[in-house]
Structures are given as C-alpha cells and as structure tokens.
Design a protein around this ligand. Sequence first.
Ligand SMILES: *[C@@H]1O[C@H](CO)[C@@H](O)[C@H](O)[C@H]1NC(C)=O
Ligand SMILES: *[C@@H]1O[C@H](CO)[C@@H](O)[C@H](O)[C@H]1NC(C)=O
Ligand SMILES: *[C@@H]1O[C@H](CO)[C@@H](O)[C@H](O)[C@H]1NC(C)=O
Length: 842
Amino acid sequence: MLSTKLLAIEVLKTILKKPASVMEPFIHFLMNIIVYTLFVPSLIVFVAADTKFIAQSQSLSYGKTIVSSPRGTFELGFFNVGNPNKIYLGIRYKNIPIQNVVWVANGGNPINDSSATLKLNSSGGLVLTHNNMVVWSTSSSKNAQDPVAELLDSGNLVIREKNEAELEVKEYLWQSFDYPSNTMLAGMKVGWDLKRNLSIRLIAWKSFDDPSPGDLSWGVTLHPYPEIYMMKGTKKYHRVGPWNGLRFSGRPEMADKDPIYHYEFVSNKEEVYYTWTLKQTNLLSKLVLNQTTQERPRYVWSETEKSWMFYTTMPEDYCDRYGVCGANSYCSTSAYPMCQCLKGFVPKSPEKWNSMGWTQGCVLQHPLSCKTDGFALVGGLKVPDTKDTFVDESIDLEQCRTKCLNDCSCMAYTNSNIRGEGSGCVMWFGDLFDIKLYPVLEKGQGLYIRLPPSELESIRHKKKSKIIIATSAAATLGVIFGIYFIYRRNIADKSKTKENIKRQLKDLDVPLFDLATITAATDSFSLNNKIGQGGFGPVYKGKLVDGREIGVKRLSSRSGQGIVEFITEVKLIAKLQHRNLVKLLGCCIKGQEKLLVYEYLVNGSLDCFIFDQIKGKLLDWPRRFHIIFGIARGLLYLHQDSRLRIIHRDLKASNVLLDEKLNPKISDFGMARAFKGDQIEGNTNRVVGTYGYMAPEYAVDGLFSIKSDVFSFGILLLEIICGNKNRSLCDGNQTLNLVGYAWTLWKEQSASQLIDSNIKDSCVIPEVLRCIHVSLLCVQQYPEDRPSMTSVIQMLGSEMELVDPKEPGFFPRRISDERNLSSNLNQTTSIDELTITSLNGR
Ligand SMILES: *[C@@H]1O[C@H](CO)[C@@H](O)[C@H](O)[C@H]1NC(C)=O
Ligand SMILES: *[C@@H]1O[C@H](CO)[C@@H](O)[C@H](O)[C@H]1NC(C)=O
Ligand SMILES: *[C@@H]1O[C@H](CO)[C@@H](O)[C@H](O)[C@H]1NC(C)=O
C-alpha cells in the first residue's frame, strides 16, 4: 500500500513535468492505481455497468475495451504493438505501461484502420470483421443458448453460457488460453487436450513489434514419457527434460520450495500439460517465448523497479542446446572440452571430435553382449531425449532393470518418478541423445546405462558410493580422453598449437597489454603497490602512462594452466559485464607470466569499511542497503543473467570493491572456474574459498553450487548489518560465531540487537530485520532450502511474506556431536584437504 502511494506521487510528479499530449496514459495509469487500491468495490460496479462482457449480438469497437473482472488486471481491446498502422485485437495488462501485451487474436493478419468490430454471434462465435471481411473468428461448434464473452482476471478470454451456474456441464465454449500467443500466464495449460486432439503451445512473435508467428515454438511432445521441446521450425532446439515427479529433469533449480511458483505436470488419458500458478496472488508473472533471443524467459513484475524482472530463462547455457554433443555423450559446462563420451563409448570420428565436431557423437568401444551386459549408474544428469522410450508406472527399479536387460535394444533405464524413494520405470532404446551433466551431483538424476561386461569389470573393483563411482568413472574417462588427445595433438603438431594461440589472441575482445607496460605501471610489482592477496595471486595497484589507474592481478604460476585455456577463460571473464562487477580491462601473457588488468576502484574493499569503527560511520544504512542490493544483483547476473552460469565460490567482504560513489562491484569472479581445471564434477577435493563464508556442503564435501554462493551472500549480509566478521563475534561470546549468534537472537525475537551501532540512527528497523531474515534463509544448512538469488532480490525488494528460516548450517553446537566435527574447520584434520585462501581477506 505504502509503495503504491509513493508510486502515485511519483507519477504525479512526472505528469506535472510532461506536456498535455503525453499526459493521458499517465492519468489513465494513475487512475487505475487509485481506483484499484482505494475504490475496488466501486470499480466493479462501474465496470459491470459498462464493459464487463460482450453479450450475444453486442460488439466491441475500436477505442473500447473490456476489462477483466473483478480486479481489472487485464483488458481486451484494439491496439498496436509498435507500428501504428497495424492494429490487433489483443489482451494486455491494464496497469502495466510497458511490454504488456499477452495475447493477440489476429497476429498474422493486422487491420490497417480503426473500423474493425468484434461481435459475438448467436451461436457463440466471436467474429472480428473489418470492411465486411472476417479477419479472425473463434470456432464454436457447440449449440450455444445464451453465450457471453468475458475476460477473466487470469488473462483468459472465455466464451461461456451466461447462466452457467444453472447448467450441469460447466465448460467454456471457447477460451483464449487454448490458443496462446507467445506468452504463458499463471494457470494456463501448455500441452495437449487429447479429447479434442488440440495442441496448446506458445508461438514466438516474429519480432518485438510484429506478432505474426515466428518459427520458434514451445510445447509438449507426446512421447510415452512426454516432454517439452522448444522447436525451431521442425527442428528440436532445446529440451527441458521430462517431468520426473518433482520437476523437469533438466531444471534442477525447480524446487517444491520455490517461494513464488507452484509447478505442475499432468499426464493422463484426457490431457497432458504443464502449468504453474503463483503462490502470492498479488504478483504478476509471465513466461515469454522470444524469437530474437531464442529464449524462453520468465519474468516477474516489480512495482519498485517498474520493470519486468528476469527470473529464469531457458536455454541457459551452451549445454542446453539440443544435441550439441551428438549421440551417447554428455555435455557439461564445467568439463573441458564441454562434450564427453559416456563411459564405455568413444568418439565416432576422433578427428572431427577433437576439432569440436561433436555432433557425430560417440559409439560403443566394445560391442554389447546382450544377456550378460550390465549397467553403470551415472548420476547428476538430465535424462536423454525421450523419443524412443517405454514407460511402465507399475514396476519398480529392479523389475525395470530385468526388463531392460532382457531387451537387447534397451540402452538405459531409470525410475520414471523420483519422488520419495522413486517409482515406476522408463526405458530408452537406441542411441542416447542430449544428456547434460550438472556440476553438482545432487542436482540431476541418475540413469543406468547399458554396458558390455568388459567395461563393467573396470568399475567393479572400485567400490565406493554407487553414484559417485559411476559419475567419476565417466568423468575420469572423459578427462583421460581429453588429456590423451590434447597430449597427442601437442606432440603431433606443436606448431599448430602456436598458430592456434595466435588466432585465439587475435579475436580476444579485450586489449592485450605489454608486460613492460604493466611492470612500469606497478613499479615492477613493488610491495608498496600491493593492495591485496586474492585466492589466485597478489593484486597490485598501477598507473598507466596516460594516467589511468588499474588493478593488476598476477596469477600464481601454480595454476598450471595452458595458454589456450587461459585465453579462453579471459574471453569468458571479459564477457561478464555488469555494473556490479569489476570490469576487466585486459590481460597480459608473457612466458610464465599471466596477468589480468582490471579497473581500479578508489574506495577499496567493503571489509575496510564495515569492520572498521571509524570508516564504518561513512556507510549509513541507506548506503549499506544499496550495497546489499548491488551485490545481490551482481551475483544474480553471474548465476543467471550472464548465460554462462558462473559460481563465484569466494564471495566475501574483501571481494566487494567500492567505486567513488560507493557502488559495490564484485571482484574475483570467474576465477575458480577459470583457474582450477581439475573440477569436472561439482565435487572437488580442492576447495577454494574463505573460512567463515563457506557453505557446509562445500567446505566439508567439496560440493559447490549457486546455493553455496547464496550461503556466502547470507554471511556477507549479516556482516554488513552487524559490522563484525562471521569468524569473530558480535559480543565477545566465545561459543558462537556470527551466524550462531544471529540465529540465537532471532529465535529470541531480539534480532535488532545485531544492528551495528554505526547504523542505529540511520536505519529503518523493519528493513534491517527483513534483511536479517533473508540472510538467515540464505545460510540455512541444506542448499535446497536456500533461496535463489532471484528470490533473494524479490524478498529484499518487496514486502512479500517470508518463510521461517530453518537452523543455519555451520555453527558449532554440542562438541560431542560427531557429525558436526568435520564442519569445525579450525580442526587441523580437515584443513589438509582444503586450500583456504586469504583467511583474513586483504
Ligand atoms: C487497408 O487494407 C485494405 C485491404 O485490406 C485496402 O483496401 C486499403 O486500401 C487499406 N487502407 C489503408 C489506409 O492502407
Ligand atoms: C458464428 O461464428 C462462427 C465463427 O465464425 C461461425 O462458424 C458460425 O457459423 C456463426 N454462427 C452464426 C449463426 O452466424
Ligand atoms: C525479446 O528480447 C529482446 C531483448 O531482451 C527484447 O528487446 C524484446 O522486446 C523481446 N521480445 C519480445 C516479443 O518480448
């Protein structure tokens, strides 16, 4: 309510500054909001009297609209979408001024003037005519008695019997949700109505101002194990993976605990569809298929930002493109190269494979022997394309195995539903396509892949946890192949590599600095100029001849990385551009020396402010809140918007730099991925991170995911509020760290005691408490409980209700608790396995 009032004031201010011609839409907008918030009941009366629905033989003409009831969220009318000479009958959000069209009737057939009318005829058909020509009409074969057309608040235009309440069969005669345009709204079903043999799918607009159908579509394909494809014409472009009872196989982030959405997939004799609804009814959200970007982003409307906030998108990385690695292989963004043959398979054409011609795929190394074959479990993946599958819901995994083994063409099997213990059986026949492997094991699901006896022998003697064996075996094989081929190629043609480097350097899109330039700028890397020690080497301040100041990261030579890989990664980091990330200016390669040149930020790092009693006063609460938001945005960009899905892995106060206006910029991103080549799986035995910020699953098991970054963000958030490091304590209490202390106070409902005395005067208590709440959600013990950065931003920026946090991970409890011993990182036992960097930051 408060924010709406503020908005109204904002809008008024804007109006007063604008000339009369542009005032109308603003007044309209303002009226809606005022009416909407203050006079809802009268609005209903007003609408009902005028344009609530079209009754039989009534019509809607240009300039008139039908407003959805009862809340007036949507309106139906005639409008253009950019080109004033092309008019469409469509539905749009009534109170959103931008990108508000969610449906058009005559997308491929626009009208060129205002003389069109929409009429409901006696048999319940909506007919759009222009110059006595039918431009568009609904099909209505049923015998309608007293039809009306009505726009519902879901954005669904329906034709129904007026006295529907008295009828036995309550079914719409027609609904626009059955014929979507490029937008999916909450409650819409995308899939198949099998009774009517009707496929309901999104079709992209040709461009943002041309709603005629493009060649990109998104809908369900009816395989025995049905799944959703994004199609480009008749070619598969992206696959989200079949529904496995909990979520889409290729959408591991989709959790039951999603704060915003409830997802559902239904498959029965009458219909097969995917739908989602909003848990918070006051939110507006849409999913749009975009021809230009070839993506299917999901947006949430933000009243505070006045824009559509990006929630997620698909495809989100290279491995989400359909079949990039060919048959019997997997794609993993953390593998090098990204495409790897499955265990027991070799590239069909090694030459092509090694020059990135992966689409030829892989073939079995040794032939199958049918009855004596076995299966290897590969975990953490998106299951293969389901075009040749068979599903039996009634049998269990063991029976599934037997069934698959007895059919010599069955290549893989797994549970069709992974809910609980798992149930049902799905079998794959023939080549396996489009498997994506996730860097974190727990994210994907497991698949049993058929292998000849010879291959299985090699697995058997390494007995560990089942899942880990299979994946690491596959991955190791991949690495060995990778190394072997790189080695062979190097030996065979060293000059080719040199050429390759030259070529790579040529299309590097950041400047290449001369070593002499950098040496001069940093006074030969003098100690005086050293401003920090990051995880991958020291950082120096420098001044170029032209006066520009730079930050130089000198990478330690022990990273042991080849130049080609280094360049590849520099290119990647250079692509990451966001106002809350430190900008990469260039790099320098000479012999063993590898340097990264960044913009220099005058205010240094955040830790120097928040952990300092004097400088801490310079950051009042509004500034701190601005910094928190900025860090969240930068991190979200790394996780999602950059399309490269970067996990930072070492987010901490000393890795957040402040520019001259105290805007935060995250530094050291992309480093972990770039400079530790040994992490094919998300599971690694070398942990890069900083004690105090590391999520338990990462510190203890080496499992990292975007949720481990969320954990670090939660810690950072607490530190910004409290002004103390997680490692030291807020009140000198010896048994708890900051997280533990915060949790204790939270439970006692006295969390406000956490607030740094430096910001006591400037803070808005409910806002700070909300931040503490969010931070406790971020540091929950189990990664799946923690919110994504998108939700974090949503939660920080709105007044939506928050769930209660569960106990945080990683604070010492009873010493006798065996299970938590390993999480007590200052014990020397576990420190051996960790490469903990810069314990105290810089
Ligand atoms: C509008 O289109 C009709 C054909 O549909 C054409 O006859 C007419 O000239 C056009 N009018 C304008 C103003 O372009
Ligand atoms: C009403 O419109 C529909 C759709 O154009 C058409 O099939 C039907 O014949 C029309 N009915 C009458 C009575 O005109
Ligand atoms: C597609 O995405 C582009 C770039 O984000 C945007 O400008 C355009 O409006 C989008 N198109 C549609 C139809 O939403």
